[in-house]
Each structure stands twice: as structure tokens, then as C-alpha cells.
Design a protein around this ligand. Structure first.
Ligand code: ATP
Ligand code: MG
Length: 561
């Protein structure tokens, strides 16, 4: 399988992107026109390294990188690692790999934790300006003082400490004189603000914890709302794109930048999070599935993580196409998972070769085929794309066909094998079923058929037509394969609520044509009449070939007209 080409500025160079001007681009274009920034348009993708990225992050990645590329600017990869407890370098590495695999190259790798000194300086500045104070209320008291949506909050009794006292206490917090939760640094804004985020929010908290990057250097850590605007400003970000739940935090974002006196401060722009039906979209909940053993790992092919989709056989092109098609909006909505599946199907359809694989075999004996004779049949690799050529597969008097391609007592309109009926073996001969054998349990084990040597595919035979065409594998050269089909991790119950699906994987042991031996982990195919499959990159090996279902052949999802 051809690997993804890398380009400096992302996928827009490879294929002219659908020219979309969304509301974010409109804001940027107005800022360019008004000369708001004398620096280049700069965005960032700022994951917290507390888990593996999921398809929701892919949307943010595509948006940030293609926006920067569109305006000739740059996009950083920034690890928002201000919370020492949940973060890990394993996650940092996986995030880099996923962003690269999606086809994007970031300008610089940054860590929010590299800015702890600057953030600390900014906090001192606020204290000196009388805009921040050290507060000794405990968590319960703090909640009580905060008020509610309908009632204003109360000012902390520590709010009017002198600048000197605040500086001393904050210094002592940093030196480790206090326990976790004993003191916090708070902004002094407005306890009666209708926006709860502006009611003297916490800027710094104490956490005696080891940080993956800074070790034990710090025991005070900045809160997201204080850290994020400063991170953006340090990096010269012009447009800080985030999801809607931060809309109410924007006044605080702006307050922090104004009070810490940055020139040409970045601007926060919110867009709607991506939600997809049948998919969990939260690192925390995905981690739970991993920890509880509901899936094997973060890259389990059932996971909506980028690494899971990659292992499943998704292509970066399909994921980028999906992110492009769903567009950017301000109001939250849920996208049908069928839309993602259409994207991968459309991408693979002209690209991948077909293989014959029998998932649930019954043996077929061709009673009139010369014993010990074998021959080769030529099969097309891709019906829609002739340039993928053909391949030769062995044929003999013993074959496997699908169990569901035979019925002892055919139902109406069943055109496949049943006693007395003739079908076409795709790319080979017409065969007629004459008899069958059952085991003690009543399962059909063998079919006795005759073939018509005149009907060989490609011979120009036009004597008669048959209604059914089925696929087959030569039994003598067949290669055993393990096939894993998947169902969604979440499924709607009777009430329409999505709940955990207890049954998400079906494992079958089938037979493939011998060319499957040349397949390598990661290779993708259309298994004829079954769907798209990829060789598993972890479990497949010379002893056992394992294939994961990428997506079925047909879509049940139709675009709304
Ligand atoms: P999670 O709850 O899954 O951990 P998060 O928003 O906390 O998600 P971050 O690591 O903070 O994850 O996210 C990095 C960036 O990705 C943020 O800018 C965030 O807004 C964006 N992002 C996360 N989830 C989605 C989503 N479902 N749709 C669009 N963007 C998302
Ligand atoms: Mg988060």
C-alpha cells in the first residue's frame, strides 16, 4: 500500500481543497484587512497529553493546520501539560505520531510547562497591580462564596490583603510551605459578575506532584484559564481556535491578556465540537474502556482514536475528507457515523485490490473435474479501476464457497447454490449442485457439483446465462485467515439512548486465496462480496494472518437532500 506523501504545509497542496470559507476564515480575513497583527497568522493545536487523540481532535487538527496553511502562516503543536497528575510522555509520543500520520507538519513543538517561569512572572505582575490575591478559603467555602447563576457571590475575606502580603504568601506557596488546597492565587475581578468565570477565578493552585517535564521543580501549577492565554501569547498565536464550551471563558481569556499587558493579543474563536453517533468522544471515557479491559488498548480497531482508526485500516485522506465535509459550525450537533464510513469507502474503492476470502467455508467437490488437474484463473483486482490489473489464482476440483451461498431448500429469489441449480464461479466456470452431505448435527459439510468446461470465464461462452455469481477459493492452496468484524462501541437502546454495546467483535476463521501470503500488516483489500479489510499490524504474522474489518461494502447512510 502506498504510504501517505508528506508535504510541508499539509494536504492542501496534494489536492485542491474544496474552497470553503467558514466563519473562522471570515474573522481572520477581516483581521488581515484591518492589519490587526504585524505577525503572520498563527494557530496551534493544544492537546493535553492525558490520553490518545480521537476523531474529535482530528477535526481540530485539520482546522488549525489548514487554516494556517490557507493564510501562509504557521501552526504549532503545543502540549498543554499544566496538570502534573494525569499527563504522560507515552501520550506525548502518540499525539506526535497521530498528527504526523494525518499528514500535518507543525512548525514547533512546544510544552506549556516550558512557560511556567513566564506564567509565574505574569502572576507576580497581577499581584503587584492589585489584580490577584492569595486566598485561604477551602474548597467548600470557595463554592459557597461563589454564589449561583441567579445570586451574586461574596467577596473572600482575604481579598483585601496587601500587595506585600500576597507576594510573600505566593512565594511561600511556591516554596512548598503549604499543603495541596490550603491556599490558591485568585484573580480579583468581580464577585457579582453574571459570568461565573469572572468571579475571582483561581489562577494558581498547589499540587505536590511530580510533573513529566519539570519534575519536582514546581509545586504550584497554573489553572487552564490563566495558562492558556499566556501560552498563546508567548507563541505569537493570532487566532486561538477552541470548542464552544470555552465561549463563557473568553472574557477571562481577554482579561488575563489585558492585565498581563500583551501587545496585539491573540483572539479566541470557538467552534462546535465534533460528536459522532455510536462513538465515545472523550479521552477520559476512552481511557476507562482501556483500563476496564473493554477494549485491548488505545489502538484497538474498535476505538474512535486516531490510532484505532489507523489500525482498523482508515486512511488519513478519508479522515481529512470527513473533517472537511462536516464543516465548521457554532452550534453543536451530532454527525452520523455513516458519514465517516462513506468517506473511507469512497477513498478505498478505487485504490485497493480485491481478494477472494471465504469466511464460513463449505467444501465443494467437482465430481467431473479431472483428478490432480489444476489451472489458473485470472481475476480482476478492482472492478472500478482497470489500472490495478489482474491476478492469477489457482483452481482445482476441490474448492471452498460460503456456507450462505448454499440452501438445501431455497427461498424465493435465491439464485445461488441449491440442488439442481447452476451458478457462476466468479472468474472461473459455471457449476451445478447435484448433491450434498450433512454431518450428525445436520450441518452441510460438502457439496457435490459438476462444472461445465465450456463456460470458463474469458472463453467467450455465450450459451446460457445464470442468475447467481459467487466467489470461491481453491481448497488445496487455501490459506487459513482470521477475520475480525466489529460493531460500534455504543449503540442506541429502545429509548434511543446510546449505551455501551456488550458485543462488539466477531472472530471467524476462514480461507483466503494463496496471494494473501504476500500481504503485509497494514495492507488493505476489498474482500470480494464482504467489505474492506486491513491486515492487523499487531496480531498478524506468518503463523496467523489476521484481518480487521474497515467498513462494509454498502452504506446505509444517505446524504440529506
Ligand atoms: P477530551 O475531553 O477528549 O480530553 P479535550 O477537549 O479535553 O477533549 P484537549 O486535549 O484539551 O482535549 O484538546 C485539544 C484540542 O482539541 C482542543 O482545542 C479541543 O478543543 C479540541 N477538541 C477536543 N475534542 C474535540 C471534538 N470533539 N471536536 C472538536 N475539537 C475537539
Ligand atoms: Mg481535557
Amino acid at each position: 500500500m502506498a504510504e501517505e506523501k508528506k508535504t510541508g504545509s499539509g494536504p492542501e497542496e496534494e489536492k485542491p481543497a474544496r474552497e470553503s470559507i467558514n466563519f473562522i476564515h471570515s474573522i481572520i480575513e477581516r483581521d488581515i484587512r484591518d492589519h490587526v497583527y504585524d505577525r503572520e497568522i498563527t494557530t496551534r493545536f493544544p492537546p493535553e497529553p492525558n490520553g490518545y487523540l480521537h476523531i474529535g481532535h482530528a477535526k481540530s487538527i485539520c482546522l488549525n493546520f489548514t487554516t494556517a496553511a490557507k493564510y501562509g502562516g504557521k501552526c504549532n503543536l503545543r502540549f498543554d501539560d499544566t496538570n502534573p497528575v494525569k499527563e504522560d510522555t507515552e501520550y506525548v509520543e502518540s499525539i506526535k505520531e497521530d498528527v504526523k500520520w494525518l499528514g500535518f507538519d507543525w512548525d514547533e513543538t512546544r510544552f506549556a510547562s516550558d512557560y511556567f517561569d513566564t506564567m509565574y512572572e505574569c502572576a507576580l505582575k497581577l499581584i503587584r497591580k492589585g489584580k490577584a490575591f492569595v486566598c485561604g478559603l477551602n474548597a467548600d467555602e470557595m463554592r459557597e462564596y461563589r454564589g449561583t447563576l441567579t445570586e451574586p457571590g461574596k467577596e473572600s475575606p482575604y481579598r483585601n490583603r496587601s500587595v506585600e502580603e500576597n507576594l510573600r504568601l505566593f512565594q511561600e506557596m511556591k516554596e512548598g510551605k503549604y499543603a495541596d488546597g490550603e491556599m490558591v492565587l485568585r484573580a480579583k475581578i468581580d464577585m457579582s459578575s453574571p459570568n461565573m468565570n469572572m468571579r475571582d477565578p483561581v489562577l494558581y493552585r498547589i499540587a505536590h506532584a511530580e510533573h513529566h517535564n519539570t519534575g519536582t521543580k514546581w509545586c504550584v501549577y497554573p489553572m487552564y484559564d490563566f495558562a492558556h492565554p499566556i501560552e498563546d501569547a508567548i507563541e505569537g498565536v493570532t487566532h486561538s481556535i477552541c470548542t464552544m464550551e470555552f465561549e463563557d471563558h473568553r472574557p477571562l481569556y481577554d482579561w488575563v491578556l489585558r492585565e498581563t499587558e500583551w501587545v496585539q493579543p491573540p483572539k479566541q474563536i470557538e467552534f462546535a465540537r465534533l460528536n459522532v453517533t455510536n462513538m465515545l468522544m472523550s479521552k477520559r471515557l476512552l481511557k476507562k474502556l482501556v483500563d476496564e479491559g473493554k477494549v485491548d488498548s488505545w489502538d484497538d480497531p474498535r476505538m474512535p482514536t486516531i490510532s484505532g482508526l489507523r489500525r482498523r485500516g482508515y486512511t488519513p485522506e478519508a479522515i481529512r475528507d470527513f473533517c472537511e465535509r462536516i464543516g465548521v459550525a457554532k452550534s453543536n450537533s451530532t454527525v452520523d457515523v455513516g458519514q465517516l464510513e462513506s468517506c473511507i469507502r469512497e477513498d478505498l474503492q478505487p485504490k485497493v485490490e480485491s481478494r477472494n476470502v471465504i469466511f464460513d467455508p463449505i467444501r465443494v467437490i467437482l465430481t467431473n473435474y479431472p483428478e490432480d488437474q489444476t489451472e489458473e484463473c485470472e481475476l480482476e483486482n478492482n472492478k472500478e479501476n482497470e489500472s490495478l490489473g489482474t491476478r492469477r489464482v489457482p483452481f482445482s476440483g476441490e474448492l471452498y464457497v460460503e456456507r450462505e451461498d448454499f440452501m438445501e431448500n431455497p427461498v424465493k429469489k435465491y439464485f445461488r447454490l441449491f440442488p439442481g441449480n447452476e451458478v457462476r464461479l466468479k472468474g472461473a466456470y459455471f457449476i451445478t449442485c447435484n448433491d450434498f452431505v450433512k454431518d450428525a448435527d445436520g450441518n452441510v459439510t460438502e457439496l457435490y457439483c459438476t462444472y461445465d468446461p465450456e463456460t470458463r470465464s474469458g472463453s467467450g461462452f455465450e450459451g446460457r446465462k445464470v442468475k447467481g455469481t459467487i466467489h470461491w477459493v481453491d481448497a488445496k492452496t487455501a490459506v487459513p485467515v482470521t477475520i475480525r468484524d466489529f460493531d460500534y462501541l455504543l449503540k442506541a437502546d429502545e429509548t434511543g439512548t446510546e449505551v455501551e454495546n456488550p458485543d462488539t467483535m466477531t472472530i471467524r476463521h476462514g480461507f483466503a486465496e494463496p496471494s494473501i501470503l504476500q500481504s503485509e500488516p497494514g495492507n488493505r483489500y476489498q474482500f470480494f462480496r464482504h467489505g474492506y479489510y486491513a491486515e492487523d499490524t499487531k496480531l498478524s504474522g506468518p503463523e496467523e494472518k489476521v484481518f480487521n474489518q474497515i467498513v462494509g461494502l454498502k452504506s446505509s447512510w444517505k446524504p440529506k437532500k
